[in-house]
Design a protein around this ligand. Structure first.
Ligand code: GLP
Length: 241
């Protein structure tokens, strides 16, 4: 695991440069994207690079980490809507190449089909990750088996409270989500996790310096051969580096 500490702006630039490297080498890369406020600067940077003619997503295939159960793709808090408005609508990505777990069809077939679609696309070249304050990745809450594939999870009260800021009220926050499993994430050839702010400091300490345990799902990144963790000073503040 490689730890890089920089300002939020510096992280967005460095991370965007990694996307450019990958796309220069493999224009039809398979990219795993994430939602949340953390990747917003990076997405703005990718849009800038695209508009400057430096990168193209024309031949890219994407797989997102997760989606709220019960939200239609058109719901303004669905992760599909988030990706469309913050990235996909601003680049030359083919809408047919976008994959996001369905929050409506969460049948066993649909969930298994997501992992199958990733495999058929040749696997994810690079998976972007944020991190929850409790160490969750995607929506894999503490206790999720490290061997899990795409599945439905019940969100913790804490995660629902943290995400309530995007909804009218806590009651409107879905109780469940469909998410890539920890194994699905670990199968990606490269992982890029970004953590910003003090609220992530405990989770980053456990991720980087704690034991590999389902109690902190992100700690599994210690076992990945090519994982980069970008932190700002605040998120890195509890590391003993
Ligand atoms: C949600 C998402 C995660 C994300 C996390 C942190 O729970 N499912 O993928 O990493 O929120 O969000 P933020 O970046 O807003 O702190």
């Amino acid at each position: 695991m490689k730890i890089i500490i920089d300002t939020p702006e510096g992280i967005a630039e460095q991370a965007a440069a990694i996307y450019k490297e990958i796309l220069d080498e493999k224009p039809n890369a398979v990219l795993g994207f994430a939602t949340g406020s953390t990747p917003l600067d990076l997405y703005a940077e990718l849009i800038n690079l695209y508009k400057a003619g430096e990168i193209s997503f024309k031949d890219v295939t994407t797989f997102n980490l997760d989606e709220y159960v019960g939200l239609e793709p058109t719901h303004d808090q669905s992760y599909r809507y988030f990706m469309d408005t913050n990235l996909f609508n601003h680049i030359d990505l083919d809408p047919e190449s976008v994959h996001i777990p369905s929050g409506i069809d969460t049948s066993a077939d649909a969930l298994a089909g997501y992992d199958q679609a990733i495999a058929e696309a040749g696997g994810v070249d690079m998976q972007l990750l944020g991190i929850g304050c409790n160490g969750h990745i995607g929506f894999n809450e503490p206790g999720t088996p490290l061997e899990s594939l795409t599945h439905v999870v019940e969100l913790t009260q804490n995660t629902r409270e943290v995400n309530a800021r995007f909804f009218d009220s806590l009651d409107d926050v879905p109780t469940h989500a469909a998410t890539m499993g920890i194994k699905t994430v670990m199968n990606a050839r490269k992982l890029l996790l970004i953590a910003l702010g003090e609220s992530k400091a405990d989770a980053i300490k456990a991720t980087v310096e704690g034991p590999v345990t389902a109690d902190c799902p992100a700690s599994v990144l210690q076992l990945h051969p090519d994982a980069i963790v970008f932190c700002d000073e605040a998120a890195a503040s509890k590391l003993s580096l």
